[in-house]
Write a protein that binds this ligand. Structure first.
Ligand code: BTN
Length: 253
């Protein structure tokens, strides 16, 4: 990622951020954590990652041509008031991809974005507690123009889906500006943002299989609650609240 091109697209909108554009790093989330532990807010991008991380301890394939970025956020509200920040990052990616690439992604709860039913973006948010404060790291991986490993099913890239390679700096800047703006509005506009997320979320209304620890169950997802947790009605009629940090989910219909 070209730092000056990225800065041009950010247009002075993120003055409080330190921006580091790397060619290769273990993980932009890990680098953001190391930097932010010393102070300040950071945006880290990398052209490739040697140890890209996904949710629930999974690896995230991170070859050149993709967009791998992380940014930190220091909320001035307690963690329990925090709207699930992955939700806001998903909205930011949705809006930036629609504006810049002209295609409208779907959101698969909680952290995947799909085109034509196939994943092209994943999001990983981590909270770092540095008593008495804490900071958050949101990492976003977008299959932009990277080659996709043949063994990975159900994935696509923006280039494959649209037929042309996106402008990475413009797209990355569009995502960052929107995500950080949404974070700053998340306390005052929480219900409107949740409603918007729910409207774009393909998971809602579908039959899903939820796997959490050793338990697996099937049900119909009927909505999200005020913390962006998924509400799933089991066959028994009970409604389970599914938190993103614990569960994996398959769409069955
Ligand atoms: C997932 O699909 O489970 C989440 C994937 C998140 C990948 C991004 S790429 C940039 C940042 N650095 C990482 O190591 N992970 C996130």
């Amino acid at each position: 990622m070209n730092r000056s091109a990225l800065l041009t697209h950010i247009e002075d909108e993120l003055p409080d951020y330190n921006l580091l554009c790397l060619e290769r790093v273990d993980s932009t989330n890990s680098e953001a954590r190391r930097r932010a532990a010393q102070g300040g807010n950071w945006i880290i991008t990398s052209d490739a990652q040697s140890d890209g991380r996904g949710r629930l301890g999974r690896a995230f394939d991170s070859t050149p041509g993709g967009i791998y970025l992380s940014f930190t956020y220091r909320p001035d509200f307690p963690p329990e008031n925090s709207l699930h920040l992955t939700t806001l990052a998903a909205l930011a990616v949705h809006d930036a991809v629609y504006e810049i690439c002209g295609v409208r992604p779907e959101i698969k709860w909680p952290n995947d974005l799909l085109l034509g039913g196939q994943k092209f973006c994943g999001i990983l948010t981590e909270a770092i507690h540095t008593a008495p404060d804490y900071f958050l790291i949101t990492g976003i991986g977008i299959n932009a123009s990277n080659e996709l490993p043949e063994e990975l099913d159900g994935v696509t890239s923006l280039r494959r889906f649209t037929g042309s390679a996106p402008d990475s700096e413009r797209l990355a800047a569009g995502v960052l500006r929107r995500a950080i703006d949404l974070y700053s509005r998340s306390q005052t506009e929480k219900s409107a943002l949740l409603e918007r997320y729910a409207a774009l979320c393909v998971t809602i209304g579908k039959t899903v299989s939820v796997s959490s620890g050793t338990s697996v169950f099937t049900g119909t997802s009927i909505g999200i609650d005020e913390n962006a947790a998924l509400l799933v009605r089991r066959e028994s009629g009970d409604v389970a609240t599914v938190f993103s940090g614990e569960a994996t989910l398959s769409l069955l219909t």
